[in-house]
Write a protein that binds this ligand. Sequence first.
Ligand code: NAP
Length: 250
Amino acid sequence: MAFDFDGKFAVVTGASRGIGEAIARQLDRGGARVALVARSADRLEAVAAELVNDPLVITADLSEHESIEQILTAVLAAFDGLDILVNNAAVERNQPASKVTGAAIDETLFVNLRQAFMLCSAFAKPLFASNGAIVNVSSTAATGAGGTQGAYAASKGGLNTLTKNLANEWASKGVRVNGVAPGLVDTEMWESTFERLGEDAVRSGFAKRVPMDRWGTADEIADVACFLASNRSSYVTGQTIRVDGGMTNV
Ligand code: NAP
């Protein structure tokens, strides 16, 4: 799906692979200049090499406090403002609640929620100036009961609440804030689950939970994220749209 992002400047966190990479590719295809943020420099460079609108690579670790200032400085040095911020980077530490570690809770809430909020705040001024759009990548885990995903689910529930709150706070500034909540999407995020429970069993067993009887693709999430980032959704704010093949309809 092609949306018009001609002349826009965008930041996508977690753009080195999976859903973030797909969003970055679609923004670029629509004409945006995209700043790709993640830890893996090689993979970011590989994605950037295939984009056509002079992308910016920012190798940053969002588990570090300083990464916010690092990203802000790099973006404002290279871009003439900011129109679109996509908070997509996330970690998932699957641990039973009886064995969860404080370190896992801290890292999950820090990267998935705290840093997403801090990036919104850091880029407030340029986003106000451009009447920009924020898209937060959430998860159906925020509203469903995945099991052994307490910290991850809480981080995404917090992100949904942040989306609504910021949408109302910044509506008068002309900034829209929305989210997309994927269900089962075939990306590397599932590798540890495949290793733990067996890839074939997880693929076919989990698909049975989905009325559409299949996993989604990163591009199917990117389609909705880019709709929310584009002016085709100009009267939509504070919404987190589930893209899950109907999995959480019941
Ligand atoms: P993924 O393949 O694991 O990608 C995660 C991305 O986040 C990578 O680009 C990773 O890059 C980056 N990242 C992780 N920790 C980081 C850190 N400390 N600093 C900077 N970047 C970091 O996962 P995905 O499936 O594409 O997930 C993307 C988003 O969709 C996440 O918000 C996830 O919660 C959400 N989601 C996914 C699914 C699914 O089924 N796949 C379902 C629901 C929601 P580096 O490792 O290079 O840093």
